[in-house]
Design a protein around this ligand. Structure first.
Ligand code: FE2
Length: 340
């Protein structure tokens, strides 16, 4: 290992990360293909931050760059939450956020860190929801269209279009990839009930007994949606983990889940874990609740924060929401650019 500044580096790592014009394009993209480096590469001489390698190349390293890139990467900062944030919801006026700049940056940072955010007092015109998604990214068009309407209809094809309450769920787990963001905008709201509920499923997953957590990670289940024009089906575990073992995605939807096809001796244990998780999702200690007024909107990270609603009277008053999907990559890109 070679000592440079406060850290020690492997010779291959240093050579691989040379930033000279021969090894790195001015765009920042790499020109050097790691596979071209000899396996027995060594360092012949070190002079300050100048390093001479056995392949004949000499590199000069930027101390700040080395400092920033040494060691093991840390996971993205995220703050899991429960009902304790009810009195301090991440909410901002629509006009301020739509104007861009610092207000938009702060709103997007909430979504990145908490998995949701609210906008209040916006327009009540149709398509406000897709225009809001375009503040930071791109609308994810699906078989439901660029946007979908949520209101009570006669002969509904989806339970979302009735006045029934809906338990906490993630949207569209039958899609691969599943949309990572969902926005819901309220155009009209004069019914009793119909309050929106949100749950940070990462917090709930963290509180599961470890053997339940493991079963929900290890055993895949299926989700499906079909109508006259579409047939969508995907297999995924309820909880997906990243390379560190931290939960990175949740798929849970009691309307589109299919019969479990599991090893016979696992079914009983699986139901135990599945039921515990599902019931915890409805527990008051994890849930926040708010009612969208006309012009209000919320966005959720659809692989993390689950949404539901309380029931509302299907006659008398009007409740009309429009929703659309978008993805995290656009949001994080805009957040990063605004944070420069
Ligand atoms: Fe939904």
């Amino acid at each position: 290992m070679i000592e440079l500044g406060d850290h020690r580096f492997h010779p291959l790592w240093l050579r691989d990360n040379c930033a000279c014009p021969q090894c790195r394009h001015e765009s920042g993209q790499r020109l050097l293909d790691t596979r071209s480096l000899p396996d027995d590469l060594s360092v012949l001489a070190v002079n300050g931050y100048e390093v001479a390698f056995s392949d004949g190349h000499t590199s000069v390293f930027d101390p700040d760059w080395l400092q920033a890139h040494a060691g093991v990467t840390r996971p993205r900062a995220r703050r899991v939450w429960g009902a304790e944030i009810q009195d301090d919801l991440p909410s901002a006026p629509y006009d301020e956020v739509a104007a861009g700049g610092g207000a938009l940056r702060r709103w997007l940072a909430w979504v990145d860190e908490l998995g949701f955010a609210i906008l209040t007092g916006g327009p009540t015109e149709p398509e406000t929801v897709t225009r809001t998604a375009e503040l930071f990214g791109f609308v994810r068009e699906t078989n439901y269209g660029r946007l979908f309407d949520v209101k009570t209809v006669v002969n509904p094809t989806n339970l979302a279009y009735t006045g029934l309450g809906l338990g906490a769920h993630t949207d569209n787990p039958y899609r691969e990839p599943t949309p990572t963001l969902q926005l819901l905008h309220c155009l009209a709201s004069s019914t009793d009930g119909g309050e929106n509920t949100l749950v940070d499923a990462f917090r709930v997953a963290r509180d599961l007994p470890p053997h339940d957590f493991d079963l929900l990670v290890q055993l895949p289940i299926r989700f499906r949606y079909a109508d006259a024009d579409a047939e969508l089906e995907a297999e995924t575990p309820v909880l997906s983990v990243d390379a560190r073992g931290d939960v990175q995605a949740v798929h849970y939807n009691t309307r589109s889940v299919q019969p479990f096809r599991l090893p016979a001796d696992a079914v009983g244990r699986y139901y135990e874990a599945y039921q515990r998780f599902g019931r915890m999702l409805e527990a008051p200690e994890y849930r926040i609740q708010f009612k969208l007024g006309a012009g209000d909107l919320f966005i959720v990270d659809n692989l993390r924060v689950m949404h539901g609603r309380t029931g509302y009277a299907a006659t008398g008053g009007e409740r009309h929401l429009q929703g659309c999907y978008a993805d995290r990559d656009g949001l994080r890109s805009t957040l990063a650019v605004l944070s420069r």
